[in-house]
Design a protein around this ligand. Structure first.
Ligand SMILES: [Zn+2]
Length: 314
């Protein structure tokens, strides 16, 4: 029984097909992907953090599409969980689309974050060919033959400084990347809390016809369950909790967050998010290494990905 489950969820069965690839339980290095297949091409949304998980993903995509189809890989942002497998996914060719600020990070290869993770089983994670990685400066439509996918960068800093989303209009499917987490503590250390709130308003305005959200982490969600409103409440709370001048007791606030959102996975992220919120609204610079150390300490030490993900087992 694998530690991490991967569920292939067809949102549209027939050609063109739209598939969400939901990995659970959501954790570090456990994020969602998806793909859309037209008559003339297949578009993959994000990769996985390790070689093995990405090869499993590519194998699943190929079961549902012709191997020879040109591959467009769209990376929602440059966090290792989502882009480490970029070179692996493009071993048989293809191109990558990403937000401009994400491009140099993706070109430089995988992020293994050794300051916070212990992992002996990343596998072989080569960077993609630099010329295969293209910046999406403004909204573009990718025509796959019988289906057109909208790839839309967020113009600002939110979860990171290079987030983009994908919308498939026929099914009303929005692949949000990590602009949305469902049932999993969001991760704001490399972004901006006020900017993320702006991005949520932008999502509502730009994509009023969403029928299914495919979040970066957690299960599929629908507008009726208000996933955007839930996240907005949390981000506002982070700002409220760190609003007063002076240095708050971040550990105590993180404990309050754990009680308020008790079912969310990866609660050690709260303290990093509180540090981010405090820095954002008091005009301070947050050293992300310092925030990552606080998260590591809240987790009780380095996070053992081999055990967490069941890596290194046959
Ligand atoms: Zn992320």
């Amino acid at each position: 029984m694998p530690v991490i489950r991967r569920n292939i969820v067809p949102l549209r069965y027939s050609d063109p097909s739209v598939v969400a690839y939901v990995r659970s339980p959501s954790d570090w290095m456990v994020s969602n992907c998806g793909w859309i297949r037209g008559r003339e091409g297949v578009l993959l949304v994000d990769t996985c953090g390790t070689e093995r998980d990405t090869l499993d993903l590519v194998s699943d995509v190929r079961k549902y599409s012709t191997v020879e189809m040109p591959l467009t890989l769209v990376l929602t942002h440059a966090h290792g969980t989502h882009h480490n497998g970029a070179g692996v996914a493009l071993r048989n060719g293809g191109r990558i689309l990403a937000a401009p600020t994400a491009v140099p990070i993706i070109r430089s290869g995988p992020q293994c974050n050794e300051e916070i993770f212990a992992c002996a089983n990343w596998g072989k994670l080569e960077p993609p060919r630099p010329e295969a990685v293209h910046a999406v400066i403004e909204p573009v439509e990718v025509d796959l033959g019988g289906v057109v996918v909208e790839v839309v960068p967020f113009p600002g800093t939110a979860h990171t400084d290079g987030d983009l989303v994908l919308f498939e209009p026929r099914t009303g499917t929005l692949f949000t990347g990590d602009l949305l987490s469902v049932g999993s503590t969001p991760f704001a250390v490399h972004g901006s809390i006020p900017g993320w709130l702006t991005a949520l308003d932008w999502l509502d305005k730009m994509f009023p016809d969403v029928r299914t959200f495919v979040p970066g982490h957690g299960g599929l969600s629908h507008p009726g369950s208000f996933p955007v409103a839930v996240l907005r409440t949390y981000l506002h709370w982070l700002l409220d909790a760190t609003a007063s001048a002076g240095t708050p007791d971040f550990s105590e606030l993180a404990t309050i967050a754990r009680r308020r959102w008790p079912t969310w996975t990866v609660p050690e992220r709260h303290i990093g998010n509180l540090l981010r919120a405090h820095a954002d609204q008091h005009g301070e610079r947050l050293a992300s290494a310092e925030a990552m150390r606080a998260i590591r300490d809240a987790a009780g030490g380095k996070i053992d990905l081999d055990t967490l993900l069941g890596l290194g087992k046959p």
